[in-house]
Design a protein around this ligand. Structure first.
Ligand code: 4AD
Ligand code: MG
Length: 465
């Protein structure tokens, strides 16, 4: 007799073989002659139905166990895998043994069989993975993480681990969390100035906002690399698209221009959506039915569509024609707001859109400057409902241009000596981008709030569990 996951049991023929099932009780229904337990082990969306037949005679031990087998309790049961008369399931377990492994007091267990709001479930983050929605989100995350590695490994990219603690601000936006072991309380009381030379790293250090700069150092040695790890931003933006701690995927390619970068981003997203459609079908059907109607159809159409390409200048021209539609009036030089991004992808292009060649003032220092002296070879990939899902660029590979740009934005070239060395020794055109993993999961699942697609969200005022 073997114990296997419910996902595997459900795909086996209902041939009467004896199996063991372990998991957590979702519901119990007690009728005169039959007791039904719905058991979920999280291995797939579906639960396994266990039936206990009183007419066939149940031992006092089983009756006692059944009375403790309430919603939330963990159980182990054994019996025969038989065809199920119920609709929506091919097999069920005709159980003849039951042990309650861990009880759950029905008066206290917070996840009773009813709909709970996502706000409420955020307060019980340690239990929410036991619900349909959060179980499904967790499985989609896991499968797509695997798909990310698959995609890059199949294309000759090496997985590169960027450091999480750094002294440089990649995006130059100053939204960094400081890392220190200085005794801040004592120093505040003493009134003395902070001396970072005495700090752990001998200088001011931070949690990284992006692994890109370090990824560039490896791309200019290994040709193609990608990072996939946590990144941190101390942006004070309390939105449904921003987290303070999120996972980012950053490919970086040597000998690659913006056009190659755009093609890679499109292939990449299509691979991930395609994988979700085929490998996470059951979970997506749930999201389609209960969370966001039409999400399967949308993903299907994106996999087939060609992404629209548009320069920033053309995008702003389009937006200016519809200025009335926006709270923030668009003009050349403005940073595109979420409302603008959504308009471009939903109303102008009607699908995923890559906007390129942004004004240099609103983009990071490392982007390659165009000959017009005003714009840089940046690209943002926008998708309906969400806006920006990917941000990237061709990198400035010319030493003098990069040094000038650092000075222009008020950064000290000495601090970036190692980054500049890449331009001193064997420089090459190179490009890359960053995909926010949680933005991807938001898009694929149709969930509305980014805090509900990461196990333990960190955002302004929120670091529980
Ligand atoms: O556009 P961003 O800031 O680009 C970079 O960090 C570059 N270094 C990437 C590169 O070229 N290698 O961020 C990239 C992506 C965004 O498009 C978005 O999907 C996600 O990261 N992102 C966030 N996701 C959740 N919460 C936040 N606060 C995010 N900020 C960015
Ligand atoms: Mg961006």
């Amino acid at each position: 007799m073997e114990t296997i996951l419910i996902k595997d049991l459900l795909s086996r023929p209902a041939d009467g073989s004896r199996v063991v099932v372990r998991g957590w009780v979702r519901t119990k229904r007690d009728s005169k002659n039959l007791v039904f337990l719905e058991i979920n082990d999280g291995s797939c969306f579906r639960s396994m139905q266990l039936t206990f037949d009183r007419a066939a005679g149940l031992s006092p031990e089983i009756e006692a166990a059944l009375s403790d087998a309430v919603t939330g309790a963990s159980i182990e049961a054994a019996g025969k895998l038989v065809p199920s008369p119920a609709s929506g399931q091919e097999s069920e377990l005709a159980a003849d043994s039951l042990e309650v492994v861990g009880k759950a007091d029905p008066a206290a267990y917070p996840l009773q069989k009813k709909r709970h709001s996502f706000e409420f479930l955020r307060e019980i983050g340690h239990l929410r993975a036991r619900t349909n929605t959060f179980g499904a989100v967790a499985r989609v995350r896991s499968r797509l993480a695997f798909a990310i590695h698959e995609f890059f490994q199949n294309r000759g990219f090496q997985y590169f681990n960027a450091p999480l603690i750094t002294a440089s601000d990649c995006e130059g936006a100053g939204a960094m969390f400081q890392v220190t072991t200085l005794d801040l309380d004592a120093m505040a009381k003493s009134g003395k100035a902070l001396d970072y030379a005495k700090d752990f790293f001998g200088k001011r250090s931070y949690l990284t906002v992006s692994g890109q700069l370090e990824a560039e150092t490896y791309a200019t040695a290994l040709s193609r690399v990608y990072t996939f790890g946590p990144t941190f931003r101390a942006e004070n933006s309390n939105t449904t698209r921003h987290l303070a701690e999120f996972w980012m995927v950053e490919p970086e390619m040597a000998f690659a221009r913006l056009e190659d970068n755009m093609a890679l981003a499109e292939d990449f997203l299509k691979h991930l959506f395609g994988c979700a459609l085929t490998q996470c079908r059951e979970d997506l059907e749930f999201f389609d039915e209960r969370i966001q109607k039409g999400i399967i159809e949308t993903l299907d159409s994106v996999v087939r569509a060609r992404f629209t390409h548009m320069t920033y200048t053309d995008a702003v021209r389009e937006l200016e024609k519809h200025a009335d539609a926006f709270e923030f009036k668009p003009f050349w030089g403005c940073d595109l707001q979420s409302e603008h991004e959504k308009f471009l992808t939903e109303k102008v292009a009607g699908g995923p859109t890559i906007v390129t060649d942004y004004p240099k003032e609103i983009k990071a220092f490392y982007m390659k400057q165009n000959d017009d002296g005003k714009t840089v070879r940046a690209m943002d990939v926008l998708v309906p409902r969400l806006g920006e899902i990917i941000g990237g660029s061709e990198r400035e590979e010319r030493l003098d241009a990069l040094v000038n740009r650092l000075k222009e934005v008020g950064l000290a070239p000495e601090d970036y000596w190692w980054y500049l060395d890449l331009r001193r020794y064997g420089t090459v055109p190179h490009s890359g981008f960053g995909l926010g993993f949680e933005r991807l999961i938001l898009y694929v699942t149709g969930m509305a709030n980014i805090r509900d697609v990461i196990p333990y969200p960190r955002a302004v005022g929120q670091a529980d569990f």
